[in-house]
Design a protein around this ligand. Sequence first.
Ligand SMILES: Nc1ncnc2c1ncn2[C@@H]1O[C@H](COP(=O)(O)OP(=O)(O)OP(=O)(O)O)[C@@H](O)[C@H]1O
Length: 361
Amino acid sequence: MFFKKKSLSDKVTACLQENDPTKVVAKLMANKAILIDENSATIKIVMPFYAPVWLHNLQLDCTAKLEKLFGKPVSWKVNHQVAVLQNDTTKSALPNIKNIIVVASGKGGVGKSTVSVNLALALAENGAQVGILDADIYGPSIPTMLGVKGAEPVSVDGKLMSPIEAHGIVCNSIGFLVAEEDAMIWRGPMASKALSQVLNETDWQGLDYLVVDMPPGTGDIQLTMAQNVPVTAAVVVTTPQDVALVDAKKGISMFNKVDVNVAGIIENMSLYSCSQCGYEEAIFGTGGGKKLAEQFNLPFLASLPLHIKYREDTDQGIPTVVKDDSEVLSAPFLSLAETLTINLYRDLTIALPEITITNLG
Ligand SMILES: Nc1ncnc2c1ncn2[C@@H]1O[C@H](COP(=O)(O)OP(=O)(O)OP(=O)(O)O)[C@@H](O)[C@H]1O
């Protein structure tokens, strides 16, 4: 029997794949985002997402092995060009926003806004251009959490509003534009129209990701809002408590109904951690988010502790991802941002032709 001898490139590819726990290398190879230059022993990557820890680990685990294969020192050339991803190919992406990530919860008060704002900042910290849209008409809290409450978006050209800048991301909020009492009495189509208006009439200036903080619940308003935004993916935030989980299930069903891809479950307030002594207690129970993810066959994206700093930092307008020097409390968000963007690239369709490696210097 004749066996074809493995080429050097095949061996290098196998090495990269074996050291990639996320299984995203196969898609990167298929899309020609990774090129192996055998002559110069160079691995060229045009990263379609920002994942500094993943990339660092890949390089750490592979470099020595690759040097053995090549028989000389290996160099890595890395560029970034975030891909436009699509779940529903009938809805075209907005021209200046590559991907829209909707953050939803079945129940109010589970930490949806806290997660939205820290997730947006973590995506930016990892390297992406990020915006956040506060669509929570019942209680827009993003301006407070970003320390820009009272700011008013202005229009330079009389057509588009300039978003407000804060901590390296841009934001706009329904709360900047309408009085809370007015928004409270809106019905589905009105809320949806307002959301579309803020979304389409803001000069987002070319974002890799727009994070949308949705109103809590799964009623008409949320449904029409979800239908009117070209959503790349939704994430559902829950606490481990039974009552929250029941409502989170309704949230997943709502997105399924309108064919919005649910990228996974985030469990917030998982474990209380005392800032004084480090004592830990599962105040809202344990494991509920994971079970929910298993039940719906969805990724379990993160488990975030209940910690006083998360509340204090957002109350002060400097969310933990920006403020936390120790990195213990920001780490779960940075990791969430990486996991989410890797999963989205791996699991969704790429809407625009992949940038080919020839563009790399
Ligand atoms: N992991 C956490 N640890 C400590 N406090 C938290 C945590 N997550 C959220 N909080 C606090 O809980 C409260 C509710 O959080 P948040 O406003 O983010 O929830 P929400 O789901 O967006 O609420 P709403 O239903 O009003 O939109 C806030 O005071 C917030 O600071």
